[in-house]
Ligand binder design. Structure first.
Ligand SMILES: [Zn+2]
Length: 244
């Protein structure tokens, strides 16, 4: 099984972040290690895939909080496992509670404040990014938990890259021109850069931000991609939490 683990949190004791890939699962292709129950994969396979993923990441069963995800800009503070509907962001100060988002092209953003022992995760597609959900998550860390931006560490994970993520003009024109590219009469959006800008604008130093260079659309050996595989695309899971 291939797990992606960002470098940015490794210096901090107990803070761990993992992203699954396509590899290591029991589901038939193109699902592989699919971790979502909502994409037409068999529930028994998804259960086994999740069990394998959590075992590999050394996350105990029953400690996962999963964002329900509806392309909103809402961020919920959580203290108990389960599924939280109507939200695309989760924050907790509770140890051994693992915050999870499900992704295949959308940007997973992971945030940690090692000083105040708080972690957060965000699912940012183009709608959530436009709603500035990542900036809002930092706002909640600041107002609810007293985090200062200089203490925050952030990982912007693998997602649809500006190399492949073509969008319609009506979507592109709602974003700042700095995150939109034009090639051969087509328009491409850099959602990782948009989220990076939200983090940096909130005051997080560049040296505290790690951005994955990976593109889910063209790196088909490693990642699920809804844009590439359509309705039969599996989903990766990104989790962050604090070990006891
Ligand atoms: Zn690409």
């Amino acid at each position: 099984m291939t797990l992606i683990e960002p470098s940015i949190f490794k210096a901090f004791s107990g803070i761990r972040c993992f992203l699954s890939t396509r590899s290591g699962g029991v589901s038939p292709e193109p699902f592989g290690l699919n971790l979502s129950f909502h994409v037409g994969d068999s529930p028994a396979n998804v259960e086994e895939n999740r069990r394998r993923f959590l075992e590999e990441a050394r996350i105990p069963a029953g400690c996962l909080v999963v964002a329900g995800q509806c392309h909103s800009d809402r961020v919920a503070c959580v203290r108990a496992p389960g599924v939280v509907d109507g939200t695309d962001g989760l924050v907790t100060d509770k140890e051994n509670l693992w915050l999870a988002v499900s992704v295949a092209d959308c940007v997973p953003v992971f945030l940690a404040d090692p000083q105040r022992r708080v972690v957060a995760v965000v699912h940012a597609g183009w709608r959530g990014s436009l709603g500035r959900i990542t900036g809002k998550a930092i706002g909640i860390l600041s107002t609810t938990f007293g985090s200062v931006p200089e203490d925050l560490f952030v990982y912007i994970g693998p997602s649809a890259g500006p190399c492949c993520y073509e969008v319609g003009r009506e979507v592109a024109e709602r974003f700042d021109r700095g995150v939109v590219g034009e090639r051969g009469g087509k328009t491409f959006l850099d959602l990782k850069l948009e989220n990076y800008r939200q983090v940096h604008a909130a005051g997080v130093p560049a040296s505290n931000i790690e951005t994955s260079p990976d593109c889910t659309i063209h790196q088909s050996d490693l990642f699920h991609s809804y844009r590439r595989d359509g309705k039969r695309s599996g989903r990766m899971m990104g989790v962050i939490g604090m070990r006891q």
